[in-house]
Design a protein around this ligand. Structure first.
Ligand code: TMP
Length: 246
């Protein structure tokens, strides 16, 4: 697969064309930003971890029937993905209060919800990704009603699958952000990434944060947290494979 021109450089990834018009190469960077780019830094080794973790999780999701953009891991930092037209929504699923939810509604972090919540933000950096509801998304023409339904069903299924995977690693999946895209035939697939940049992951026993909040909130031990969460996932997947063989 020939890597072509740089099409787009985002805050954490670069996207390159390939010689196949239906495929792109994503390259994960160590750059980290928070608060809509106002805080900037580097998390050493993050690109390698996020690439590998996102690919592992997307493979597991695909095995459970969730369509994704993932095609093939090409190297430590690069992955071949299907080209999609991104639905300009950030889809956030929460199992416990944290972050902007806790701030907006004036509640402490860590409250366990009776059922997961799902919310959409308009993916628009200039506006600061404002929260919106279905009728706003329809009014703005961001997605159709049937696409919103599909996205909601997939997001909740993904939550159930990921919650189980992380639980087996001794980790609580507090919340996470997903992005979806449209394939040329109009079908919806999971796109972007699933990583400690886009999830809140707390040690189930101690509550220690093992995700990008360590960077956002200057808690220290950022690199170590990314390494620890990756180590736990890989150890669990290895153990799962051994179980299958025996
Ligand atoms: P929030 O509580 O700040 O709204 O974040 C909810 C989840 O979404 C959290 O797991 C972090 C993730 N997230 C992103 O992936 N990108 C973003 O730009 C923001 C604001 C949050």
């Amino acid at each position: 697969m020939e890597k072509g021109e740089l099409l787009y450089e985002g805050k954490a990834k670069k996207v390159f064309a390939t010689d196949d018009p239906e495929l792109l190469i994503v390259s994960y960077k160590d750059d980290a930003t928070a608060f809509n780019g106002r805080k900037r830094g580097t998390i050493r080794g993050k690109g390698v971890i996020n690439n590998r973790m996102s690919n592992l999780l997307m493979r597991l999701l695909a095995e459970r029937g969730i369509p994704t953009h993932f095609v093939e891991e090409l190297s430590e930092r690069e992955t071949l993905v299907r080209k999609v037209s991104i639905v300009p929504l950030e889809v956030i699923v929460r199992n416990r209060s944290a972050g902007s939810f806790a701030a907006r509604y004036g509640v402490p972090e860590g409250i366990v919800f009776a059922a997961p919540t799902i919310e959409f933000s308009y993916k628009n950096d200039a506006l600061g990704d404002p929260l919106l509801n279905d009728s706003h998304a329809l009014a703005l023409g961001l997605a159709t009603a049937s696409e919103l339904d599909t996205i909601r069903i997939y997001a909740l299924e993904i939550n159930a699958i990921l919650t189980g995977i992380w639980k087996s690693c001794g980790v609580t999946l507090v919340d996470f952000k997903l992005e979806f895209g449209r394939l040329p035939d109009g079908s919806i697939v999971l796109a972007d990434e699933i990583s400690p940049d886009t999830c809140r992951l707390w040690d189930s026993a101690t509550g220690e944060k093992l995700d990008k909040d360590r960077f956002r909130r200057d808690l220290g031990g950022v690199e170590e947290a990314y390494q620890e969460i990756m180590r736990r996932l890989e150890a669990q997947l290895q153990a799962g494979k051994k179980d299958q063989q025996s």
